[in-house]
Design a protein around this ligand. Structure first.
Ligand code: NAI
Length: 341
């Protein structure tokens, strides 16, 4: 539920006659480490009818390549020349933005702010102009700040609808599921850990006590719990280190991005009660400076933000994590707003 699970139902849905299977999706930053596998996974999704792949380099090549997969959707690549960005955005109903620099060893996500804030701002300006009604999934880091930047861009353009703007935090949920099931010996797909807060280090708050396998680990406490929480919060560092300067998580992020997009696609195709943890404008901790917060969200039939659920019962150790998250997240949100001021 929280991981927006269900990639496995692809095959079944491919034969469903009730699906509208005609959603246009745009990926901005489509030739990158995330963009390429994400474009491939979207090409395989039967609910996508058209893929617009935009990048400042190589997008035509990625589109030609994934375009040879024998699935019904069309893939078209666009570069920055001849109004390519605007063309890519025309008619888009879901826009995913993985454009921007990834981390190198030793960097935090906040270190990416200077490089990525203006990239995301400029792409959002185009999206606000050409496809203001599209649902936006922001992958580019630091997500805690880039989402508020996009909100400000849309406000300035007079088209802001908070129900259509999402930060993609799904990788944290995917990691929590993988790591906990590894310890507990449970099926990853049935080990659905809600992860709330934001998307960087201490702002990532896994609520392990809310499922039986995690509750046991939380109640036992000690090193196992400490290491598990640390691994969920800083799992990205493992990948950055293992790739040794060649980038950060791309394949698992593409998988997570697909899970996020698939949740919206399913909701738009008539599945009711689709629920996922995602970073949205939220009233939950707005009084603590966190105008944006990730918690379980039920999607509407339009694939937009419906009910925003509170975090639920917390173990004292989780309350402590949340207490640590809020001031750090508030600072990240403020940085995004300041950039646009
Ligand atoms: P990458 O460097 O491999 O790819 C980025 C792509 O963006 C490149 O193809 C580049 O040409 C393109 N790009 C740069 N400026 C652009 C612009 N103005 N318009 C369109 N495209 C542009 O990086 P990677 O590994 O794909 O990561 C992308 C972003 O995703 C990074 O900011 C990274 O930190 C973030 N990320 C987010 C995660 C999450 O959980 N939300 C997880 C992992 C990475």
């Amino acid at each position: 539920m929280f991981a927006a699970n269900r990639t496995a139902s692809f095959a079944k849905r491919a034969f469903s006659s009730s699906s509208r299977q005609n959603t246009r999706v745009a990926v901005l930053g489509a030739a990158g480490g995330i963009g390429q596998p994400l474009s491939l996974l979207l090409k395989l999704n039967p609910l996508v009818s058209h893929l617009s792949l935009y990048d400042i380099r190589l997008a035509a090549g990625v589109a030609a390549d994934v375009g040879h997969c024998n699935t019904p959707s069309k893939a078209v690549g666009y570069g920055p020349e001849d109004g390519g960005l605007e063309k890519a955005l025309e008619g888009a109903e879901i826009i995913l933005i993985p454009a921007g620099m990834p981390r190198k060893p030793g960097m935090t996500r906040d270190d990416l702010f200077n490089a990525n804030a203006s990239i995301v701002r400029d792409l959002a300006q185009a999206a606000a102009k050409v496809a203001p009604k599209a649902r936006l999934g922001i992958i580019a880091n630091p997500v805690n700040s880039t989402v508020p930047i996009v909100a400000e861009v849309y406000k300035k353009a007079g088209v802001y609808d908070p129900k259509r703007l999402f930060g993609v935090t799904t990788l944290d949920i995917v990691r929590a599921s993988a790591f906990l099931s590894g310890i507990a010996g449970t099926q990853p797909k049935e080990t659905d850990v809600p992860v709330v807060g934001g998307h960087s280090g201490p702002t990532i708050v896994p609520l392990l006590s809310q499922l039986p396998a995690g509750k046991k680990v939380v109640e036992e406490g000690g090193e196992t719990l400490k290491q598990l929480v640390h691994r969920i919060q800083f799992g990205g560092d493992e990948v950055v280190k293992a790739k040794d300067g060649a980038g950060s998580a791309t394949l698992s992020m593409a998988y997570a991005g697909l899970e996020w997009a698939d949740a919206l696609l399913r909701a738009m195709n008539g599945e009711s009660g689709v629920k996922l943890c995602t970073y949205v404008e939220s009233p939950l901790y707005a009084d603590k400076g966190c105008e944006f917060f990730s918690s379980p969200v039920t999607l509407t039939s339009e694939g937009t933000v419906g009910e925003i659920h509170p975090v639920g019962d917390l173990h004292p150790s989780e309350q402590a994590l949340l207490d640590e998250c809020l001031p750090a997240l508030a600072k990240n949100i403020e940085a995004g707003k300041k950039f646009m001021a």
